[in-house]
Design a protein around this ligand. Structure first.
Ligand code: CO8
Length: 258
């Protein structure tokens, strides 16, 4: 059985459903290899504008595969750069990724959800970094992305105790962009947003993702400077001409070409 089900939606965006139900979608090596290979494929496909990643109603992903990791030695982890390639590849994707989180998003599952550009969840979702209970710490960016999303004190409490929070709380704390009353509504909204993003200029969407992500790495002055450079460069695109001409001509549906 494949580790995920991939669906092309009207040729414009892709949705990936993690599919390892017996292990609550635990992220074993073959699963994230396949997931990254698919994300890279979509990234290079000119027809596709965005990707939605989701799991089942009961589990987005219950973390890295503990059974696979339990006998790992320091030497193996260090020499093979365990995890590094996985998160480096996921975060190198240039087109928008939306995570639709229902059920458990724990450990590496929470980290995968946070690697997405937009995070939606249902109110009953469960987010947590329970690694401390296993004698380890988050290893795929959880300590950094969670802290940036919800602040140091809340992230410390979650990471030091291993306590989880609900989807409702994730919305209140700013981890999720939007919270829905059911799994179905959450996925539907994620697909709608992916469709909307896919209808926009691809060159502008790519540039927008790039500059927002820079805000996580650069200070304000350098970030604003970076944004201005990319903004200037878009005046070299066809889509800038097409979009502004369409506005002036009161055309609501510009036909993007870049
Ligand atoms: N790894 C391996 N197997 C798992 C995992 C997991 N993370 N989570 C669940 N399973 C398996 C269980 O072992 C069980 O298997 P079996 O039927 O063979 O006994 C099956 O899935 C069902 O699990 P439960 O019976 O426990 O199901 P419940 O519905 O009672 O509970 C929970 C669901 C709450 C999700 C529970 O399974 C749980 O607590 N899982 C572990 C959560 C966790 O600790 N996650 C953190 C893992 S460490 C991590 O992610 C480090 C991140 C490093 C970077 C990321 C790299 C990929």
């Amino acid at each position: 059985m494949p580790y995920f089900i991939s669906k092309t939606n009207g040729c414009h965006f892709e949705s990936v459903t993690l599919n390892r139900p017996k292990a609550r979608n635990a992220l074993c090596t073959p699963l994230f290899r396949e997931l990254n290979a698919a994300l890279q494929r979509f990234d290079q496909d000119p027809e596709i504008g965005a990707t939605v990643i989701t799991g089942s109603n009961s589990a987005f992903a219950a973390g890295a595969d503990i059974k696979e990791m339990k006998d790992l030695t320091f030497s193996d982890a260090y020499t093979t750069d365990f995890i590094e390639l996985w998160s480096a590849q996921t975060t190198a994707i240039k087109k928008p990724i939306i995570s639709a989180v229902n059920g458990y998003a724990l450990g590496g599952g929470c980290e995968l959800a946070m690697m997405a550009d937009i995070l939606y969840c249902s109110s009953s979702a469960t987010f947590g970094q329970p690694e401390i209970k296993l004698g380890i710490i988050p290893g795929a960016g959880g300590s950094q992305r969670l802290t940036r999303a919800i602040g140091k004190s809340r992230a410390m409490e979650m990471i030091l105790t291993g306590r989880s929070i609900s989807g409702t709380q994730a919305g209140e704390w700013g981890l999720a962009a939007r919270v829905f009353e059911s799994s179905e509504k959450c996925l539907e909204a994620a697909l709608d947003t992916a469709a909307e993003i896919s209808s926009k200029s691809k060159v502008a969407v790519k540039a927008a993702k790039e500059v927002v992500n820079k805000s996580q790495e650069l200070g304000l002055r350098d970030g604003v400077e970076y944004e201005r450079r990319v903004f200037h460069s878009l005046f070299g695109s066809q889509d800038q001409k097409i979009g502004m001409k369409a506005f002036v001509e009161k055309n609501q549906n510009p036909a993007w070409t870049d």
